[in-house]
Design a protein around this ligand. Structure first.
Ligand SMILES: Cc1cc2nc3c(=O)[nH]c(=O)nc-3n(C[C@H](O)[C@H](O)[C@H](O)COP(=O)(O)OP(=O)(O)OC[C@H]3O[C@@H](n4cnc5c(N)ncnc54)[C@H](O)[C@@H]3O)c2cc1C
Length: 465
């Protein structure tokens, strides 16, 4: 169990906890990763329950205000490599509330997505608990029997045959003592906000920017010091259907591990202070004809990275960059290896060999990782990467899968896998595997990964077979 070092301790009195739900599969955490796990298992016939501590589903995509899922296509833009629930749920949104960028990224209104995820779960017959916090776990031998939750009704127990940890930080894995590690460079969190006031063409020219460039990072470099803002490599994006309102991610918070209560609290407060500083800077130095305002604040800070948990196989960036293929494939993707670092800025490594480093000082350098590694730069390059089922299989408990950013991956592989179109697919794979485990009374370690891939494919996932 999670042990916090304290100066004194009390013994909690023993008490009887009511069993509030019994299910085949219990999903803890309701970002799209968790929701898609639940829906996949339920559609196959499992009795599923999902618990989420916020008031709505979607995680960083909705409550974190990062309303963009990357392209469903390979790098040629012609072959669809991702489909499944990511495609289904976006296609259900009203057309005004979704759109595609030139690179085929998918933008959507996060509030609309929340409502669609509710509908998806209800249609699949999933038992839903919102405002419900996972609070503990019980096992018998190598088998988990129960999770404990806290909500308005007090403490309750949920019993299930299989558990999916979709909490992002891997709260269940941590309590179960599964071996964990932090990456050498833990990617910093950012508190995202929606800002009114984006039109500033005259000033963009003054800064030497192009019409589609984002002016705010350049302004932070010039004026940020006056407001207590250090240079950042923030970015923004439009929200379909909203006029003159963008979501902004200018507020990296460095040096804190948000898997711990005190550091999470501090990060939330620093993140919100930074949002206000950005708005104040824009009001003083932005376009005088604009009314800059904080329209919406994320309901929780977007966490990019915390603990990772050991599984049978570790996702390896070189396998991904070389386009290795698998019979038990559960994921296809193209998103670059994208590592945010406190000192040097962002580094992107692309399948085609490009390696781009963007500094907080506005600098941009382009090299070629293939050439630097002595690999050929001619001939056909892979147009997408894949991941095998083994990456999800932990070896300590027979009825648990962790699905989400706690994935077992090298730092670089994680830089690519952490985006939502990838984690959404991992959620779907976890749901399918949970169904197989329950249906065939198998330990997760004995599930046939090829069968997972086949069922994923039958359920609408593209090219996963
Ligand atoms: C600022 C920022 C920008 C990003 N940009 C992009 C981008 O442009 N495109 C992209 O695809 N990805 C982007 N990412 C990455 C991506 O958003 C995250 O890696 C991804 O959302 C993580 O998904 P997850 O399901 O693992 O975790 P989360 O989305 O964090 O979901 C975890 C869920 O579990 C719930 N939960 C946690 N603990 C408990 C508990 N104890 N009890 C009950 N519920 C619990 C949480 O409330 C949440 O709903 C960005 C991330 C950040 C922070």
């Amino acid at each position: 169990m999670r042990e916090k070092v304290a100066s004194s301790y009390v013994i909690e009195p023993e008490r009887r906890i009511p069993v509030i739900c019994e299910a085949d599969v219990c999903v803890v955490g309701g970002s799209a990763t968790g929701v898609f796990a639940a829906v996949r298992a339920a559609r196959l016939g499992a009795k599923v329950v999902i618990i989420e501590c916020q008031n709505s589903f979607g995680g960083v995509a909705t409550n974190g205000l990062v309303s963009v899922w990357h392209s469903f296509y390979d790098l040629s833009g012609k072959k669809q490599i991702i489909a499944g629930l990511s495609e289904e749920v976006l296609s259900r949104l009203p057309e005004t509330d979704r759109s595609q960028g030139p690179d085929l990224s998918n933008f959507f209104n996060p509030n609309e997505l929340k409502i669609e995820l509710d509908a998806l779960l209800k249609e699949a017959g999933v038992r839903i608990y919102l405002h419900t916090l996972y609070a503990g776990i019980a096992c018998e031998g190598g088998r988990i029997t129960t999770v404990f939750v806290e909500n308005k009704d007090g403490r309750g127990a949920i019993k299930a045959g299989f558990f999916i940890d979709a909490t992002g930080d891997g709260d269940l894995c941590r309590d179960l003592g599964i071996e964990s590690y932090l990456n050498p460079n833990v990617q910093p969190p950012s508190a995202v906000f929606m800002m009114q006031g984006t039109r500033d063409e005259a000033r963009k020219r003054e800064y030497g920017l192009r019409p589609n460039d984002d002016i705010v990072p350049a302004m932070i470099r010039r004026y940020g010091k006056e407001f207590g803002l250090e240079p950042d490599w923030g970015w923004d994006n439009f929200i379909p259907g909203l006029n003159n309102i963008h979501f902004r991610a200018d507020t990296h918070v460095f040096g804190l591990n948000c898997a711990h209560a005190d550091e999470l609290t501090e990060a939330e407060i620093i993140g919100r202070e930074k949002m206000r500083k950005v708005i104040r800077m824009m009001r003083k130095y932005g376009n005088p004809d604009e009314v800059y305002a904080l329209v919406n604040v994320c309901s929780y800070i977007g966490i990019r990275d915390s603990y990772h948990f050991r599984t049978k196989q570790r996702a390896d960036h070189m396998d991904m960059l070389m386009g290795k293929r698998y019979g038990d494939v559960i994921l296809n993707g193209t998103y670059d290896i994208d590592v945010h670092q406190a000192d040097t800025g962002i580094q992107f490594m692309r399948l085609n060999g490009e390696c781009i480093t963007e500094g907080a000082d506005g600098s941009r350098t382009v090299t070629n990782w293939r050439r630097d590694m002595g690999l050929s730069c001619d001939g056909e390059m892979p147009t997408y990467y894949s991941l095998p089922f083994g990456v999800l299989v932990q070896e300590k408990y027979e009825n648990l899968i962790a699905a989400g950013r706690m994935i077992n991956a090298t730092q670089e592989a994680f830089g690519a896998l952490r985006v939502m179109v990838n984690l959404n697919q991992i959620g779907e794979a976890a749901g399918v595997a949970a169904y197989i485990a329950v249906n065939e009374s198998k330990a997760v370690q004995n599930i046939d990964g090829v069968k997972v891939a086949q069922l994923l494919s039958k359920g609408g996932s593209a090219n996963i077979c």
